[in-house]
Design a protein around this ligand. Structure first.
Ligand code: FES
Ligand code: FES
Length: 157
């Protein structure tokens, strides 16, 4: 049987050839990586955000074929990185987590932003998280959390 090869949270994976299957379903159903959530299912809310070759993608509209030979990271895979601890701390300190539904996606978007732009302006932060919806915080606290993370020490992004 044909396979699609990719790297999932740093480990090489050979997955059965199901090119049109949604990456979100593969992650949740086959690898028990449930940090990426099903929200809108249409690429609009960011609840399912993952990093593919360091860029943020909505896994709900990303076909498996898209990750062939790519590096895929989910929220579970970045939890051991120093950058995760910095972002987590900043979100807690700014009160940017309430119900938590959007949080994994927000953290992934923050990491993608800070990797590309370690010291973003407020406009760049708003732009960086613009694909991620939050029904609770009103965004101000999230924007402040991203800014706080960007100002913490040496950037390990
Ligand atoms: S569930 Fe994927 S963007 Fe909303
Ligand atoms: S904290 Fe509830 S949706 Fe963002």
């Amino acid at each position: 049987m044909n396979e699609i090869r990719f790297w999932l949270n740093g480990k090489e994976v050979h997955h059965p050839y199901e090119p049109t299957k949604r990456l979100l379903d593969v992650l949740r159903d086959h690898y028990s990586l449930t940090g990426a959530k099903e929200g809108c299912g249409e690429g609009e809310c960011g609840a399912c955000s993952v990093l593919i070759d360091s860029l943020i993608y909505p896994a709900c509209i990303t076909p498996l074929a898209h990750v062939s030979n790519a590096q895929v990271y989910t929220i579970e895979g970045i939890k051991t990185l120093p950058s995760y601890a910095i972002i987590e701390e900043a979100f807690i300190e700014e009160g940017a987590v309430q119900c938590g539904i959007c949080t994994p996606g927000m953290v992934m978007a923050t990491l993608a932003l800070l990797k590309k732009t370690p010291h973003p302006t407020l406009e760049q932060i708003k732009d960086g998280i613009s694909g991620n919806l939050c029904r609770c915080t009103g965004y101000n606290m999230i924007v402040k959390a991203v800014l706080r993370a960007s100002l913490k020490g040496e950037s390990p992004w």
